[in-house]
Design a protein around this ligand. Structure first.
Ligand code: GRE
Ligand code: ZN
Length: 325
């Protein structure tokens, strides 16, 4: 179909480019070119697969891994300015997610306001926890110091994409000696699912019930475990031990939105739809780490109704981001 909207699609600036090299060293010449290009190959690949609009975001872990807080603030601002300049060349084809220096919640809120109000961005994309002050620190956004930041996100009424990053080296002993388990093979999903569940459990969505968190890769595994999480939360009628008031599934269905980025599995799509509903599943590719045509050919042929295909590949995004096209 034509008119698709894609929303987990990345670019890099010189200061963040090297972060992606480990994920594609064997195809680095091509990957590097794709990460830094906007107006040439990216647009041609979008045209070839019926993608009308790409909501672009910085690569990973990028700003989240810059533990010099001042530098993290500078790099986020620079990346957002580069993105705004590229969008300005083709506002009919590109939109933007803000990179945010979450190391400093006040600065992150300020930068998000600038990006939404001055640059016209449609939300934020953040690569998991932030290292702040030292390499082995990990700040997760359920921590109390982030509540004012979330108040800003809720007031701006824009979605927040929680994108994967790897856990810190040595943080999970079970991964040692098995580097193939890192990154998109496994660790990205486990890490991001835990972060999303922390946000749910801390009561954030009781305080800001309209907040919308986007998860890629068809939910980072959460749809497959939704029943079991709440089953065990209620085991033998023991009250759940998190601060939030409702069931985890209630928050997932009210406050979480999923994309198909990098997970072109029809059974995973069907499970996501069954658990969360067709209004909360959005098509995406995960360019340039995935191939846009693979994602497009898959959704174009997926055994779902034409009405659901249109929602997943286009109209759910128009609604979520209030796009006027
Ligand atoms: C991503 O951004 O989702 C990503 C990477 C690196 C490898 C694979 C991948 O940043 O999906
Ligand atoms: Zn991605």
């Amino acid at each position: 179909m034509q008119g698709k909207i894609a929303l987990e699609e990345h670019f890099a600036i010189p200061a963040t480019l090297a972060d992606s090299q480990v994920f594609g060293a064997h195809v680095w010449d091509e990957l590097r070119d794709r990460l830094t290009d906007f107006q040439d190959k990216r647009l041609r690949l979008m045209d070839a697969s019926g993608v009308e609009i790409m909501i672009a975001s910085l690569n990973a872990p990028a700003v989240q891994a810059i533990f010099d807080v001042k530098r993290a603030i500078e790099v986020a601002r620079e990346a957002n300015d580069v993105l705004a300049a590229e969008i300005a060349k083709r506002p009919d084809r590109f939109a933007g997610f803000a990179a945010l220096p979450m190391q400093d919640p006040e600065e992150a809120a300020r930068e998000l306001i600038r990006c939404v109000k001055e640059l016209g961005f449609v939300g934020a994309l953040v690569n998991g926890f932030s290292q702040a002050g030292s390499a082995n620190s990990a700040r997760y956004y359920d921590l109390p110091q982030y509540r004012p930041f979330w108040r800003t996100v809720a007031a701006l009424d824009v979605p927040f994409y929680l994108h994967p990053r790897n856990p810190l080296p040595g943080a999970i002993p079970g991964y040692e000696g098995h580097p193939w388990l890192m990154g998109p093979n496994w660790a990205f999903h486990a890490e991001t699912a835990v972060h999303a569940l922390r946000l749910i459990g801390c009561g954030l969505f009781d305080e800001y019930p309209t907040l919308q968190i986007i998860l890629g890769h068809l939910g980072e595994g959460i749809p497959a475990y939704l029943w079991r999480i709440d089953h065990r939360n209620d085991w033998m009628k023991a009250r759940h031990k998190y601060a939030a008031k409702k069931w985890v599934a209630d928050y997932v269905r009210d406050n979480i939105v999923l994309t198909t980025s990098g997970n072109f599995s029809t059974s995973a799509l069907n499970q996501a739809i069954a658990e969360i509903g067709t209004n909360r599943v959005l098509w995406s590719a995960d360019y340039p780490f995935e191939t846009i045509s693979d994602a497009a050919e898959w959704i174009d042929a997926a055994p779902i109704s034409e009405q659901d295909r249109l929602k997943i590949a286009r109209t759910n995004a128009l609604t979520l981001f209030k796009l006027k096209i």
